[in-house]
Design a protein around this ligand. Structure first.
Ligand code: ASP
Length: 343
């Protein structure tokens, strides 16, 4: 039986071609993808292309576009066996993270990919990324999809979407998931590590949650940073604070005062690390104790992309009544280690 894959083209380098006369990159009509990659006809799946009206550089992607993608998946969920989203690489980790929270009880693959070089370039990585992603998006065993989560495929690796980050602006292996094992690898064979794949609860029905709040701020601290700019506090619901190493910050009265004032103002503070691997461990160093004292939330081993989009998903969401901190501290789609990282 031929599996059916819906390919949603949003934009990015993957859908561009180089004009060798002018040297510039221009988007091509993505519906003509079959003429660019004739091998697509040899695939065992049937591909339907659904392009964005206007292809976007991924720096222009955000909650509105995530909702468009989620709605498209919801509308076509029964009719297709898998979904492939072609996306610019710059913000693909945000889209993958956001979709992982928006799509609940997923039983079908939702794969995102892009490329570092345009599809029309001689040395392009787009072809491999696209073709193998289609394999993963249509991989079934005994009538069950092998991948049942939002994943990113890039340069021979299949990764959990909400664990990824863009690691390189230069090399083909642009995407990594430093805190979670690789879900699958493509070599001579197409491998999948079944032990690490995400599975929704058995009785969880597939639902799409469009709720996304933008009441979120992100601050990265740095040595020598003056806090004088914060004499007027932002009235924000969630502040994601990206701090040093395993969770340290300046040990000064001014810092404590500022964080306390934000908390008094009703702001939830989520702490994530500037390291791309490992995570937050409150109490390991004295310079992290302030977070416990003010009631900050540990982002543990989450990526910043995941923490931001999880906050957007949770803030004011009627489906999560009760305490924001409790919900944030739970792993909803395998985006964080369930256990507190040991000191
Ligand atoms: N600026 C492009 C984008 O993210 C880069 C890429 O596609 O890789 O849309």
């Amino acid at each position: 039986m031929k599996r059916k894959v819906l390919l949603i083209y949003t934009g990015g380098t993957i859908g561009m071609e180089k004009n060798y006369e002018t040297g510039s990159l221009t988007p091509f009509n993505f519906e003509a993808i079959f003429s660019k990659i004739p091998e697509m006809r040899l695939l065992e799946c049937e591909v339907t292309v659904s392009p964005f009206e206007k292809p976007l550089d991924s720096s222009d992607m955000g909650p509105e576009q995530w909702q468009i993608i989620a709605a498209c998946i919801a509308e076509n969920y029964e009719a297709y066996d898998g979904f492939l989203i072609l996306h610019g690489t710059d913000t693909m980790a945000y889209t993958a993270s956001a979709l992982s929270f928006m799509l609940r009880g997923l039983r079908k693959p939702v794969i995102l990919t892009g490329s570092q070089l345009p599809i029309g370039d001689l040395r392009t990585d787009a072809k491999e990324n696209l073709l193998t992603s289609l394999y993963y998006a249509s991989l079934y065993e005994r009538e069950e999809a092998v991948v049942q989560e939002v994943a990113v495929y890039f340069e021979y690796k299949l990764l959990r979407g909400n664990r990824t980050l863009k690691y390189s602006a230069e090399y083909f292996d642009a995407y990594r998931s430093p805190n979670y094992p690789i879900l699958g690898q493509s070599g001579v064979h197409l491998n999948v590590d079944r032990e690490v794949l995400y599975r929704a609860e058995k009785d969880e029905a597939f639902t799409v949650d469009m709720h996304l709040s933008q009441d979120v701020l992100f601050w990265r601290i740095f040595p020598g940073m003056t806090l004088d700019y914060f004499s007027e506090l932002p009235k924000v619901k969630v502040l994601i604070l990206q701090v040093f190493g395993s969770g340290t910050i300046f040990n000064s009265e001014k810092t404590v005062e500022l964080l306390r004032a934000l908390r008094r103002n009703g702001t939830e503070i989520v702490v994530v690390s500037q390291c791309i691997s490992g995570g937050i461990s409150f109490g390991k160093y004295e310079n992290s104790n302030v977070f416990t004292r003010i009631g900050a939330i540990s982002g543990r081993d989450m990526t910043a992309e995941s923490a931001i989009t999880k906050a957007m998903h949770l803030i004011g969401n009627p489906k999560y009544s009760g305490n924001f901190a409790d919900w944030f501290s739970r792993s909803l789609r395998g985006e964080m280690n369930d256990k507190t990282i040991d000191k």
